[in-house]
Write a protein that binds this ligand. Structure first.
Ligand SMILES: [Zn+2]
Length: 489
């Protein structure tokens, strides 16, 4: 492993050779592998998160977990294995997952009496217990969450983060006494996810409701964030589902109300997954490599001292002093390795996506200044050392904000309002969200998908009033919804 690694380090092939614009898929995989962010594993469709990738997930998990707890959500943990009879309880749910479920059928040499599913999601295993834990209105609301991994054995071409068979996520499962209380949870959770996308990944998503055809298997209504990838294909972000009483009836989770009458609980589920890491990488990175937002970068600042034999001692000492002074405000690394040239180091840390690079040499020391290079926009400026130290937090925050604003601008510029089917086809062909009025008939949705390859990503929450007095983009009957159609990953 070590031998291979050092050989790779000295090889010029380590730079990205594919173009983001011209060959997105090849570029994406090269960025992930060459920056030491992930690796493939012996299991097809399953990746290893290397330290800088897992650091991103830890930051996201910590951020979301703290917000959940502030909101009164409690963490639990349930087993990875789900007995088959439990998975069968909710019909639509099991039908949605059956093709992707992996089964444990024996232990040692003994065949199991009942097959155990490796969880594709945990409704079935959790709700069996909820039926025992919830008795009366006093037990409600019960808002539980678990951080775990799930396995969905997809057969489509796997892509790191975007479509991996095993991924990491949060599974929120809430129980309420009434439909109104369950509905009130939607904006709270979507608000937490919206903040998380902004403050961790620095990516924007369009919030909307899923069509009945595209909703989660077993849910009554699903809501999502939708992103647009650089190749013009949409990809779904975090989601939220109103399950109403579908699962509570299947799993017999009932309670006695204040009025002494028995009723089934109302449920919601919601998730954010490690797929977002892929969306983040695809959104921000460039032909030089990875670009990480400061809030999730394991190394936020790298200092590269520039010296010759005469100045080495002074420059490295000064750089170490600067490192010490910045260390309380940022995750910082001083790269004083003698065996690599400054140019080699610049490439290395650009490839790995470090948000800020500080160059310091004898001339800068004499001027009490440093050269600061910002990774996401490739700018280079000379800054007084004191002002850099005093303003380092603000500098990192403003990079985070600007990267988010770029993502937001870029996605919104790719939404095109269309009124005719010809316009819809063209917009989809050109890699846009085609925002179209729709009658609500699944027949129209199916035909659009068959003929253009575009699916209904979601119905943006802030655009639904536009459907008034408009006609369905396909059949010309009165429109009831506004839908963003796009090809998708
Ligand atoms: Zn129609």
């Amino acid at each position: 492993m070590a031998t291979n690694d050092s050989r790779e380090k000295n090889s010029p092939n380590r730079s990205i050779t594919a173009s983001k614009q011209k060959d997105f898929s090849e570029w994406y995989v090269q960025v992930l592998l060459k920056s030491d962010f992930i690796d493939y594993t012996a299991v097809s469709g399953c990746i290893a998160f290397r330290p800088s990738a897992y650091f991103v997930w830890e930051k996201v998990r910590d951020y979301v977990d703290a917000k959940f707890k502030e909101d009164g959500i409690e963490n639990v943990y349930f087993p990875t294995l789900i007995p088959e009879h439990l998975l069968q309880k909710e019909k639509e749910h099991v039908e949605g997952f059956t093709p992707e479920v992996a089964w444990v059928t024996q232990t040692g040499d003994t065949k199991l009496e009942e097959r155990l599913a490796v969880r594709p999601t945990s409704e079935a295993i959790m709700y069996e217990n909820l039926s025992k834990w919830i008795r009366s209105w006093r037990d409600l609301p019960m808002r539980l969450n678990q951080w775990n991994n799930v396995l969905r054995w997809e057969f489509k071409h796997p892509t790191p983060f975007l479509r991996t068979r095993e991924f990491l996520w949060n599974e929120g499962h809430s129980a309420f006494a009434s439909k109104e209380e369950a509905e009130a949870e939607l904006p709270r959770i979507m608000g937490i996810y919206e903040d998380a996308l902004k403050d961790t990944f620095a990516i924007f998503g369009i919030q909307g409701r899923k069509t009945q055809k595209e909703k989660f298997a077993g849910a009554a209504a699903s809501f999502s964030f939708e992103h647009l990838m650089p190749d013009g294909k949409a990809i779904q972000g975090p989601d939220f589902h109103h399950d109403e009483q579908r699962f509570s009836k299947a799993f017999e989770i009932s309670f006695t109300g204040r009025d002494e009458r028995a009723d089934y609980i109302y449920q919601n589920t919601y998730a954010i997954s490690s797929r977002e890491i892929g969306v983040m990488v695809a959104t921000h990175s460039d032909d030089k490599g990875l670009v990480l937002p400061p809030n999730v970068a394991k190394v936020q600042i790298v200092i590269v001292p520039i010296y010759n034999d005469k100045t080495r001692e002074e420059v490295v000492k000064h750089a170490a002093d600067l490192e010490k002074r910045l260390a309380s405000s940022a995750r910082i690394l001083l790269d004083s390795r003698d065996e690599y040239s400054p140019g080699w180091k610049f490439n290395e840390w650009e490839l790995k996506g470090v948000p800020l690079r500080i160059e310091i040499g004898a001339r800068e020391i004499a001027e009490r200044s440093v050269t600061v290079c910002t990774r996401y926009n490739s700018t280079k400026e000379k800054v007084q050392e004191e002002s850099l130290i005093n303003g380092i937090r603000e500098r990192l925050e403003s990079i985070q904000k600007e990267m988010y604003n770029n993502s937001k601008r870029s996605i919104l510029s790719k939404v095109r309002k269309v009124l005719t089917y010809e316009e819809l086809k063209l917009a989809v062909e050109e890699g846009f969200f085609a925002q179209a009025p729709w009658c609500g008939d699944e027949g129209c949705e199916d035909r659009i998908k068959d003929e253009t390859g575009a699916k209904a990503t979601n119905m943006p929450l802030d655009s639904q009033q536009d459907a008034e007095r408009k006609s369905c983009v396909l059949c010309s009957r009165p429109a009831h919804h506004i839908v963003n159609f796009a090809r998708s990953h």
